[in-house]
Design a protein around this ligand. Structure first.
Ligand code: MRU
Length: 361
């Protein structure tokens, strides 16, 4: 198979936002091209684009689209239009903190310019796009740094369990937890991945396998419930996952199934590494209890590939994420380095290190 294409998961081209439509993978590689905020929010909600950093970058591009589409003739008018667009984008998916973080970054950049005396809507439209592009570029650089930090945790020869999809598709490029696997592979480490299929949307079976195959990383697909079998047999060296939101105390919200995986890993003495950029840390949530968990359509559980599985009348519930208490996490890898428990001070420092003053233009 060919190496991963350098094409980003989401990008701006010809005044529109383009993204690989992840709902169609691996059968079809199709690009979705969007030119209005409502369609972009729907693409996030329906998971054409998914993964915390990817939806953050997409939302930032959404504000660039909104700025472009606004007919406001004053800076204040444009800012008011963008406040409405930001609400629409924010409502698309509630758990990943990267979404709100990216919106705050773009709006904060514009507010700084307005406060500095910028009155031209055209200048602000350009700035909104420039900030979205910066977020996308930074994502790639951040992921490479995390890859290097995380790969150092892994032995020369190892087997890891990976949950959901945290690769290039879940980010702008390269990936977080999958970026660590990729970095280890690039360094010549002999890494093998047990890929959790990740019910109900099968991000592992559809997306992670697709990425690992392109990268040439040895992999074995397992059902989510089989993780304990391999952990108990002593065949696993580490569990690697991403995060949608990390609370100030180190509790982690991630794809449903992460919590039981972490508990069984601890029971068997296997380290659990969470790999996430500082934009995933939400110091406003003291603990996991304050993180909103998205409840998705139950048909994602009752149907597989459009075919209903249980008999008529059976109902289902579909929490998209769960909470892993910090005590089950061995290390959190951010672009600032590897944090060990207790996590509070390290998480605060990572956020502070990433927060740079808005540069004057
Ligand atoms: O529902 P999804 O597919 O958006 O969930 C994705 C995850 O849970 C990932 O682990 C997380 O967003 C980190 S992706 C780098």
């Amino acid at each position: 198979m060919k190496a991963m294409s350098p094409t980003r998961t989401v990008y701006w081209r010809d005044a529109r936002v383009c993204m690989i439509d992840q709902r169609l993978l691996p059968e079809r590689e199709s690009t979705l091209v969007l030119d209005d905020v409502a369609s972009l929010a729907e693409a996030i909600r329906d998971m054409a684009v998914r993964g915390a950093p990817a939806i953050g970058a997409t939302a930032a591009y959404g504000l660039a689209l909104g700025a472009q589409g606004s007919t406001a003739s004053t800076a204040a008018g444009l800012r008011a239009d963008l406040a409405i667009d930001a609400e629409t984008l924010l409502a698309a998916r509630p758990t990943a903190s990267n979404l709100a973080w990216a919106l705050r970054r773009v709006l904060g950049r514009l507010d700084a310019e307005i406060a500095a005396g910028e009155t031209e809507p055209t200048a602000l439209r350009t700035l909104a796009l420039a900030e979205a592009e910066r977020i996308a570029d930074e994502d790639l650089a951040t992921n490479r740094r995390m890859g290097a930090h995380g790969a150092a945790l892994l032995p020369e020869r190892c087997t890891v369990i990976h949950h959901c999809n945290t690769g290039a598709l879940a980010t702008v490029d390269y990936g977080t937890a999958l970026g660590v696997i990729r970095a280890a592979h690039e360094q010549g480490k002999r890494i093998r991945v047990l890929v959790d299929e990740t019910r109900p949307r099968l991000q592992g079976a559809r997306l992670t396998t697709w990425e690992l195959a392109r990268l040439g990383v040895p992999q074995t697909l397992i059902v989510d419930g089989a993780a304990g079998y391999y952990l108990q047999r002593g065949e696993v060296d580490a569990v690697l996952v991403g995060a949608d939101r990390i609370a100030a105390n180190g509790d982690v919200a991630n794809k449903v199934g992460t919590y039981p995986l972490a508990v069984v890993a601890r029971e068997n003495g296997v380290p659990v590494y969470v790999v996430a950029p500082s934009s995933t840390i939400d110091l406003g949530c003291p603990s996991g209890a304050e993180i909103p968990i998205e409840l998705r359509d139950p048909t994602e559980v009752t149907e597989i590939a459009g075919r209903r599985i249980p008999p008529a009348g059976v109902t289902a519930a579909n929490p998209a994420f769960d909470l892993t208490p910090a005590r089950y996490i061995s290390a959190i890898v951010t672009e600032a380095g590897v944090l060990r428990p207790p996590f509070e001070a390290g998480l605060r420092a990572a956020v502070e290190a990433a927060a740079s003053p808005v540069p004057a233009s």
